[in-house]
Design a protein around this ligand. Structure first.
Ligand code: ZN
Ligand code: ZN
Length: 251
């Protein structure tokens, strides 16, 4: 489930067979606890926190949450070295090698973003695969390959290009967001879907929508056009800026 998504804070929890991992902890510890209890999750059941990169909207609550509940933090050296994590058990990972957390196989893969050593993750368990790719400036062939055969694909749809270009952001920021190390637009997310969706794909979830430069309606419209091109029947879910979402894509 998605505890929160957007520049105000990102956190996703994946649970299966009594094991749970959290991807990013970008809300305060208290807010993480509050949203977890909304979904009947117990923070002390969390087996790992996987960090994608060091930006505050992905790490805000990591130190407090993980030291309180004794949760080990996995991340690349680049990410761990730039995230305040005193008193937390650190488990450095390579951005290309899969590792295990309980019953899950976790496969990180490198992405381009203005951060030290950012990654996205696929998590598989017994034939089920969830992929989470947010905060990336471009979907390279390697990224598209890593996202293949996911039952649940969580992909960033940060901005509508026209809204961004007509909006009030300064030009340098517009360039950064649209650049190879920025964020994916609705069109980019649609392109990813048209490449990656296959017969096994059940659900696509759009993440990290900008409050200023996107609307859930525009994101849904653009990406469903991309999905339609692919000719498959897939459920599309859109997380509103700062919003949460209950259980998604259960087997
Ligand atoms: Zn972010
Ligand atoms: Zn970021």
């Amino acid at each position: 489930m998605v505890l929160s998504s957007g520049s105000c804070g990102n956190s996703i929890v994946f649970s299966s067979d009594g094991a749970s991992v959290m991807i990013d902890a970008g809300l305060s510890c208290r807010e993480l606890e509050r949203r977890m209890s909304m979904f009947g999750l117990d923070p002390s059941d969390m087996d790992a926190l996987l960090l994608t990169h060091e930006h505050t909207d992905h790490t805000r609550g990591a130190k407090r949450f993980c030291s309180t509940y004794d949760v080990p933090v996995y991340g690349t050296d680049g990410t761990l070295s730039l995230t305040p994590l005193e008193g937390v058990e650190l488990r450095p990972i390579s951005n290309r090698h899969a590792f295990e957390v309980g019953p899950f196989k976790v496969s990180p893969f490198p992405i381009k973003h203005l951060a030290a050593e950012p990654v996205a993750y696929s998590i598989s368990d017994d034939g089920f695969k969830l992929s989470v790719a947010s905060d990336l400036g471009c979907a390279t062939p390697k990224v598209l390959e890593a996202l293949q055969s996911s039952q649940v694909l969580m992909i960033e749809a940060n901005y509508d290009d026209e809204m961004l270009m007509k909006g009030t952001y300064p030009d340098f920021l517009k360039r950064t967001i649209r650049g190879d190390h920025g964020h994916l637009s609705n069109d980019d997310a649609a392109m990813v879907c048209s490449h990656v969706i296959s017969d096994v794909t059940k659900t696509v979830v759009l993440l990290h929508l900008s409050r200023e430069n996107n609307t859930p309606e525009k994101a849904a419209q653009t990406v469903s056009d991309g999905i339609r091109k692919n000719g498959r029947d897939v459920r599309l879910e859109v997380t509103e800026h700062g919003g949460s979402k209950g259980p998604i894509g259960l087997r």
